[in-house]
Write a new protein. Structure first.
Length: 224
């Protein structure tokens, strides 16, 4: 079973690496423009009140709802991307197309109010390098929300940042930051797991101190 899983991972890696090397034919000044593949297709926002928060030239890739501030009114998180990011984002040269993450609080009249916007909470389309778009999901639950990133290819890792609402300060603060890196299991046991974690780093407020959502910066090693 383990050999079969390893073989499937090998085939997946080859296909992924090949797809990430695709380029578009358009060139400017003899420079080929690479087209980054994304696993986050544009989502259709049907609520006109939510659509009003999407600026011209941007699209939504996530619309997740839940109670962010514990007032029992449904809120929403939108993650946006620049419509051109597949060809304009360039993390390799330190010029990523940032993906704004919007915290939108539901109002009693059905409208939404922008609480905060952070362009450094979600990784860019090419932040995973050859292994693709790392942004994976948003999860909201009872005043907490998590931004989840994962890579599955020749390199396997996941990075989940979780924020918690503080009623007193009426704001969200980094609650925990969890990074796990996986490697192929060297065990010869046919029933062993194909992948094992060689890095499992969980940090909490005791490690990084008080970091508000608007201060958080996933591109910085310090987190802000």
């Amino acid at each position: 079973m383990k050999k079969l899983i390893l073989f499937l991972i090998f085939i997946f890696n080859l296909n992924l690496a090949f797809s990430q090397q695709k380029t578009i034919s358009k060139t400017t000044k003899n420079k080929t423009i690479r087209k980054h593949d994304t696993f986050n297709e544009t989502v259709v926002i049907t609520n006109q009140k939510l659509k009003s928060f999407i600026p011209k030239g941007y699209e939504a890739i996530i619309e997740e709802k839940g109670d962010l501030n514990l007032d029992k009114i449904e809120d929403c998180i939108l993650v946006l991307r620049k419509a051109t990011e597949e060809t304009t984002s360039n993390m390799e040269e330190g010029k990523p197309d940032k993906r704004p993450l919007l915290l939108l609080l539901g109002q009693k009249d059905g409208n939404y109010k922008l609480a905060y916007k952070n362009e450094n909470a979600a990784y860019c389309i090419d932040c995973g390098g050859l292994f693709g778009d790392p942004f994976n999901a948003i999860v909201i639950k009872n005043g907490y929300f998590s931004v989840e990133h994962r890579i599955s290819g020749g390199h396997h890792w996941e990075h989940i940042t979780t924020f918690k609402f503080n009623k007193t300060k009426n704001n969200w603060y980094l609650y925990k930051d969890h990074f796990i890196n996986y490697i192929l299991n060297p065990s010869q046991d046919p029933n062993a797991e194909a992948l094992i974690a060689n890095v499992d780093k969980l940090e909490t407020v005791k490690d990084f101190g008080e970091i508000s959502f608007q201060q958080f910066n996933i591109y910085s090693k310090r987190g802000y």
